[in-house]
Design a protein around this ligand. Structure first.
Ligand code: DCP
Ligand code: CA
Length: 534
């Protein structure tokens, strides 16, 4: 193997938490038990546990159950559907598509925990927070791409090369060999194959196999850190690319990892149903299967390229061919946080908006959607937006600009609050015009502020800022509740805030000169802020 060839090899791990919601609930039960808030039965590791969905038909509407409430159901769960099943419950035959009643019949001691609920729907905050904690540990290993609430890809190539340079082979092997080796029997043909594969003399290892072993060593350490620091177990697949890692990670659940021996790739793919590969699961996969009369990846791999091209075109055929051979160069990429979240609608011709009543209706629709997306964003990125922007397209704006204009104000969380403030901005725009019409409207949220726990002081500061922003648009902002010390301010973060809130924070710190710090003055600043064209 030449150095050039080695350079092209990657080591990718796909990690997936075992019975995720159950593990989170078990940890939560342990904490509540430790705090003396409940008896400890269900917190014990060997008690089967299931997490159930809320009852959407609950009389009087869905009851809000906060994460902190006691959410273990003692009765009335018969019809609740299971969304997560612990491995102890699975051992007794309980499955995800069952109801509470069936779970209890199969596992009488089974603890039944309901997901938290808020605003008549499941509130996943607890699980998202847990997913983030795990991701933060995994990120120590290399570039991380979160694939869902409880799954991530890690590119371990660079760390694996470093490990091979700096760590004794015997040390690497000691931990790596705790992994299953998928396909080892095909490689070694020597009895209990996994052991034989790991037991080979160092000289027998090809370079890409060594990289995989180093990846397995790192993955072992990361999974152990998750258990030691957070109490969560994960399963993992370690392979030469994302697609193969994902196929491998579920082979030995729970709490185990599997390395895919490179020589085993074609055997693994040969019998694999087409829809198990990402990108071949939906309509496109069905078209291929029907068009070519094939069911497995192996059959796809044996289909002449020309035939593939006839069915799906040249470009897609190339991709299908590569995938069917187990090749996947899709990089592990850290997802970027969006800078703003927005939604809009056009109202062309006769649909143009000409009255405040109609504008109010559509703003309510748009801000409801924006609010949902801000909530999802908060759960994903642990941050909140501070600036609301209303965008308008109007023939009335043609002389002054390109037909578009925008107005901004501090963002108050909540769909109703955003709708109200957007309407205030729109009314100001409309006032003074005899007739007007709007052909496009958008609302967006930006200037995000992190809610990270370890930036405690800054978070406190923004609680005050949020209070200020919560005041109705036309009324003065509430002064900061407690004085903030100058050394608690992150200047860069402060600079991101709307000017009015910046002034208020400065005023509460005594950094503003006295003549501009008073309540009346502040009211004017906020009102002026709303009337400014930006
Ligand atoms: N989930 C859900 N509804 C579904 C599937 C999953 O609410 N139909 C939630 C509950 C799961 C979590 O998502 O705990 C992760 O889904 P997984 O498919 O990864 O399943 P688990 O993590 O529960 O089990 P496994 O150990 O098989 O990964
Ligand atoms: Ca999982």
């Amino acid at each position: 193997m030449t150095t050039r060839a080695i350079a092209t090899h990657r080591v990718v791990a796909h990690l997936d938490l075992d019975a995720f919601y159950c593990q989170v609930e078990r940890r939560d039960l342990r904490a509540k038990t430790a705090a003396g808030r409940r008896d400890g039965r269900a917190s014990a590791e060997d008690v089967p546990l299931v997490v159930v969905q809320y009852n959407p038909f609950e009389r009087g509407g869905v009851r809000a159950l906060a994460p902190d409430d006691d959410r273990e159901l003692r009765d009335g769960f018969e019809n609740h559907s299971l969304i997560a099943v612990s491995y102890e419950a699975r051992a007794r035959g309980v499955k995800r598509n069952m109801r509470g009643r069936e779970a209890r019949a199969l596992a009488p001691a089974c603890a039944v925990v309901q997901v938290p609920t808020r605003r008549s729907k499941a509130d996943l905050t607890l699980y998202r927070e847990a997913g983030r904690e795990v991701a933060a540990v995994l990120a120590r290993g290399g570039t991380i791409e979160r694939a869902s609430i409880d799954e991530a890809y890690l590119d371990l190539t660079e760390s694996a090369k470093k490990v091979l340079e700096e760590t004794a082979w015997a040390t690497i092997l000691e931990k790596a060999r705790t992994s299953h080796a998928a396909g080892a029997s095909a490689v070694s043909g020597k009895g209990y194959a996994s052991v034989a594969w790991w037991n080979r003399d160092e000289s027998e290892w090809r370079e890409e196999e060594k990289l995989l072993a180093a990846g397995a060593y790192i993955c072992f350490n990361l999974r152990k850190a998750c258990v030691d620091e957070l109490g969560y177990t994960l399963s993992a697949g370690i392979a030469l690319n994302k697609m193969l890692a994902k196929l491998t990670s579920g082979m030995n659940k729970p709490a185990s990892q599997t390395v895919l021996c490179p020589d085993h790739t074609s055997t693994l793919l040969d019998e694999l149903p087409i829809d198990r590969i990402r990108g071949l699961g939906a309509k496109f996969g069905r078209e291929l299967a029907d068009g070519l009369n094939v069911k497995t990846i192996g059959e796809l791999a044996r289909t002449p390229l020309r035939k593939l091209e006839e069915v799906c075109g040249e470009e897609k055929a190339q991709w299908v061919r590569k995938v069917s051979l187990g090749l996947d160069d899709d990089p592990v990429k850290a997802r970027e946080m969006p800078k703003s979240i927005g939604t809009g609608k056009t109202f062309r011709g006769a649909l143009a908006i000409r009255s405040i009543a109609s504008a109010k209706h559509w703003l309510a629709e748009l801000t409801a959607e924006l609010n949902d997306r801000c909530e999802a964003d908060e759960e994903e990125w642990n941050r909140v937006p501070k600036l609301l922007t209303l965008g308008l397209s109007s023939p009335d704006e043609r002389e002054t600009s390109s037909g578009h204009c925008s107005r901004r104000c501090p963002l108050r969380p909540g769909a109703d609050e955003m709708a109200q403030d957007a309407l205030t901005l729109l009314s100001k725009w409309a006032s003074g015009r005899e007739r007007w019409s709007i052909t496009g409207m958008s609302v967006s949220a930006s200037n995000f502020v992190s809610l990270e726990k370890d930036s405690g002081d800054v978070v406190e500061m923004f609680k005050n800022a949020t209070k200020a922003a919560k005041a109705p648009a036309s009324v003065s902002a509430t002064p900061a509740a407690s004085p903030i010390k100058a050394d608690q301010i992150d200047k860069n973060v402060l600079a991101e805030l709307p000017e009015a809130i910046q002034r208020e924070i400065r005023a509460s710190m005594g950094l503003l000169d006295k003549s501009t710090g008073g309540g009346v003055k502040r009211k004017n600043e906020i009102t002026n802020y709303f009337s400014k064209k930006r």
